[in-house]
Design a protein around this ligand. Structure first.
Ligand SMILES: NC(=O)c1ccc[n+]([C@@H]2O[C@H](COP(=O)([O-])OP(=O)(O)OC[C@H]3O[C@@H](n4cnc5c(N)ncnc54)[C@H](OP(=O)(O)O)[C@@H]3O)[C@@H](O)[C@H]2O)c1
Length: 339
């Protein structure tokens, strides 16, 4: 495909957080949104009903063939993203669904841009430390890594984008749905955290969702069809103390004074035994501990392609601290004031 063409792009997972961000992002490509249910089609020309859990995406043979004839590029963003489920729950969509996407791409002669996760760093042979079997993210991350490997074996030209946890839009803070970072932040900003858990030196690596969307769309516009891109801040990312300071700043802007929150080592006596805490507190702290373990498995700093992404795809230079504050403000603004 030449970089000058106006490619027709099939976007799986169009109703998801990443899909919705992609559908709002200005671009020269022609988008077809693939989804299981109703959605805001944004800039897409049309929506096709596709279930990746079914052969031919659940389409009849003629419709499948016609779609393949029309599509030049696939963005594969559909997936089961909830953490904490048994491994077999991720197979039908994250693994088998990706296999079907590779088959479709082969039929269409289209490259695939796959939305993986930066957390795969924790499972790569070069990981600094092993991930414990009880880590809540592990079966999900394993399924994403297996999907990456499956794409590599398929021979289909593809890129792999590996975003860290996403936050709202870098300018407005908008997101179609709050995710784990927003839920944890809300909990901290309400002064509910008795302490937080993080390995010393770990970065809190969170990225505004539109940076991922911009990178993917610019890659397609440039005709890029290979490469691995870590959509993370790496060593630029803030530390946990800064994260807490930003939560305190945001809470103060709402008239709340947060108590000082200690950052404890997850392996400390207090960090290891959370059994006396309320269920919600326990579950938020366990998520923090497990995410910290993932970061630690990458040496405390996630791998990053941010300098390359800025240079090749003209990503704006956005400070993660500024973007985080915008996300916090957007989440606590009255619904009528949210863009
Ligand atoms: N958001 C993040 O922070 C983040 C970070 C790292 C990596 N990622 C990766 O980026 C991708 C997109 O994430 P996201 O945040 O947009 O996830 P999301 O909000 O959970 O959306 C996932 C989408 O996949 C669709 N999907 C699930 N099963 C499907 C099936 N059988 N057939 C067709 N569509 C199906 C869902 O459709 P329904 O709405 O019908 O269920 C949903 O629209 C994921 O693959 C994820 O691994 C996301």
């Amino acid at each position: 495909m030449s970089a000058a063409a106006r490619p027709t792009v099939l976007l799986t997972g169009a109703g998801g957080v990443v899909g919705q961000s992609l559908l709002r992002e200005p671009s020269t490509v022609r988008l077809i949104a693939a989804a299981r249910g109703p959605l805001d089609a944004g800039r897409a020309e049309r929506v096709v009903h596709c279930d990746l859990g079914q052969d031919r995406f659940g389409l009849d043979a003629d419709a499948y063939r016609a779609l393949a004839a029309e599509v030049d590029v696939v963005i594969h963003s559909a997936g089961l993203t909830e953490w904490g489920l048994p491994a077999e729950r991720y197979e039908p969509v994250n693994i088998e669904g990706t296999r079907r996407v590779a088959e479709f791409a082969e039929t269409a002669g289209a490259p695939v841009h796959f939305m993986s996760t930066a957390f795969v760093a924790a499972l790569l042979p070069c990981a600094a430390a092993p991930l414990s079997d009880t880590n809540i993210t592990k079966p999900y991350v394993r399924s994403k890594l297996t999907a990456e490997q499956l794409l590599a074996k398929s021979g289909v030209p593809h890129t792999v984008f590996r975003p860290t946890n996403l936050i709202g839009d870098s300018v407005t803070g908008w997101t179609s749905r709050p995710q784990v970072v927003q839920l944890l932040s809300d909990w901290m900003c309400r002064g509910r955290a008795p302490f937080v858990l993080a390995h010393p030196g770990n970065r809190t690596d969170i990225v505004p969702q539109d940076l991922l969307s911009k990178a993917v769309l610019r890659a397609i516009e440039q005709g890029v069809d290979e490469g691995e891109f870590w959509v993370t801040y790496g060593a630029e990312a803030m530390d946990m103390e800064t994260t807490l300071a930003l939560c305190a700043e945001h809470a103060a802007s709402l008239g709340r004074t947060l108590p000082e929150v200690p950052v404890l080592h997850p392996d400390s006596e207090r960090g290891r035994d959370l059994s006396d805490l309320a269920p919600m507190t326990r579950s938020y702290l366990s998520v923090l501990r497990d995410v910290s373990e993932v970061t630690m498995a990458s040496g405390g700093v996630l791998p990053t392609s941010m300098p390359e992404l800025r240079e090749r795809f003209a990503l704006p230079v956005v400070r993660d601290t500024d973007a985080y504050l915008r996300t916090l403000r957007h989440a606590s603004a009255p619904p009528a004031e949210r863009s």
